[in-house]
Design a protein around this ligand. Sequence first.
Ligand code: 2AM
Ligand code: CA
Length: 275
Amino acid sequence: MSDRPTPELLLALAREAAGRAGRLLRDGRPADLGVAATKSSPIDVVTEMDLAAERLITGFLAERRPDDAFLGEEGGVSGGTSGVRWVVDPLDGTVNYLYGLPQWAVSIAAEVDGEAVAAAVAAPMRGESYHALLGGGAFRTAADGSSEPLRPRPSPPLDQALIGTGFNYVATVRTAQAAVARRLIPRVRDIRRSGSAAIDLCDVAGGRLDGFYERGLAPWDLAAGDLIAREAGAVTGGRPGLPPDGDLTVAATSGVFGKLQPLLDELGAWHDSHE
Ligand code: 2AM
Ligand code: CA
């Protein structure tokens, strides 16, 4: 063990790195941007800009925090000795970015001994970023630098709740997710599918959604947004009694969460067979 940085220092680094990567992605998007590689399936794409953004973030953090561990979506994995780990999605919402849609973000969380203590999500095309400190609240910052606390909406009844979700890149999983969505739609106000889990979690935090759920998220998709949602006063979890994970991530205002999480469990939102 070497130094124990303050969460405030980790937050400042997370915000700076997310801001720099966000500007690179916004200003450096090639007009003829193409797919550089595919991952879990032919529609799970990575562009040269995902890779460039991760290189920027790893370089920035390695220079300032050489003894920290790193987990990045685009293969940046390194061990560390400081007890700090950075969990990074350099571009969350890659398909939106590829198509020129605005819902994409850079997501960076800092964990100390496995617990997220600081989080930053930059959404440059919204002109907004979001951040949170464990025990210190969650905030939205506008392009002019002004900040305000993030607050979830008052909880509506479930049948008036606007619920975000997302679909996996793997066809068998998408098929099962569609079956769950078909049964959920009549029981809620409506469904939104933004294409960026990090933004969806920040939207629950800030009252733009009443809830969000998704199956198949990876740690880098949810680490920052989960802390931001919790610090804003929303409730997050996975299957009942469990923390959010790859099986299921649920985030909602407290009243909606109490109805949505058991309903998703009943609908089998974490698995494939829905015959
Ligand atoms: P991405 O844009 O970084 O790939 C879309 O529903 C959301 O889920 C996005 O945040 C997307 O992240 C993520 N996502 C979808 N399928 C995924 C998978 N198989 N593994 C990890 N993240 C996934
Ligand atoms: Ca990504």
